[in-house]
Design a protein around this ligand. Structure first.
Ligand SMILES: *[C@@H]1O[C@H](CO)[C@@H](O)[C@H](O)[C@H]1NC(C)=O
Ligand SMILES: *[C@@H]1O[C@H](CO)[C@@H](O)[C@H](O)[C@H]1NC(C)=O
Ligand SMILES: *[C@@H]1O[C@H](CO)[C@@H](O)[C@H](O)[C@H]1NC(C)=O
Ligand SMILES: *[C@@H]1O[C@H](CO)[C@@H](O)[C@H](O)[C@H]1NC(C)=O
Length: 201
């Protein structure tokens, strides 16, 4: 009887301690995800800026490319509906963003070489590649924190380019698709911040 009486407060303390450990590890886990999401947002902002300067065509000149068929079938298809956004799971969205960021990285690296081959400026493609790499690394770290693996995807097979005009067409296509990806990513990241109860800055 005496034993139970003595150990009761002790048990109580133990439970309290455990509760504290649990809630503080959960808090630090969440706040670390929140800071990563914020860093991802910043990468996406820079990426969007850079993707606008893959070519220096004016809006009027761009109209000539508007009807051109899209030829890079390996570029990620982004479908975003309101229902999709509202049903997002954090782990699955991070995986999907990772797969898309990787795919765009491969296309942008390819575009950089293609531009160099025809002596077009490749600075913005190179910069975009750097931001896509940083974005992928942040996504990978976040996934690892939730004990999930970053998914691997097969490398796309990309066409051989020969003329500067060809490369320009691909620049326009990748630029447009990358901007759609950036807008979509920002919406997803904002939704993930809400789901993770991240503080508004
Ligand atoms: C994007 O570009 C605009 C204009 O060039 C600039 O004002 C803005 O600060 C840039 N944003 C980022 C995140 O680099
Ligand atoms: C995401 O997490 C949920 C539960 O938290 C789990 O059921 C699901 O399998 C996970 N999805 C992936 C792709 O790992
Ligand atoms: C760039 O040129 C090299 C050498 O001619 C060629 O092997 C490569 O396929 C070209 N890359 C692209 C993306 O066109
Ligand atoms: C992802 O992150 C883990 C742990 O930080 C690391 O071991 C792994 O090499 C990274 N993978 C990639 C593809 O960057």
């Amino acid at each position: 009887m005496k034993l139970i009486h003595d150990s009761a407060p002790c048990l109580h303390l133990l439970l309290l301690a455990e509760l504290f450990v649990h809630s503080s590890s959960r808090t630090s886990h969440t706040s670390s995800l929140c800071s990563m999401l914020k860093l991802m947002m910043a990468q996406v902002d820079r990426l969007k800026n850079l993707s606008k300067s893959f070519h220096d065509l004016s809006d009027v000149e761009l109209l000539n490319f508007a009807d051109m068929e899209h030829r890079l079938h390996s570029l990620p298809h982004i479908h975003h509906t309101a229902t999709h956004l509202s049903s997002l799971k954090v782990n699955e969205s991070l995986s999907q963003l990772y797969v898309h960021a990787q795919a765009f990285k491969l296309h942008v690296d390819w575009l950089k070489t293609a531009k160099e081959n025809v002596s077009l400026s490749s600075h913005s493609a190179e910069g975009a590649g750097t931001h896509l790499l940083q974005l992928s690394n942040l996504l990978n770290s976040s996934l690892h924190q939730m004990s999930e693996e970053a998914p691997l995807s097969p490398p796309p097979s990309l066409p051989v380019t020969s003329t500067a005009f060809d490369v320009l067409r691909f620049s326009v296509e990748i630029s447009e698709r990358l901007q759609v990806f950036c807008d979509w990513s920002k919406r997803v990241l904002r939704q993930l911040q809400r789901l993770s109860h991240c503080p508004r800055h």
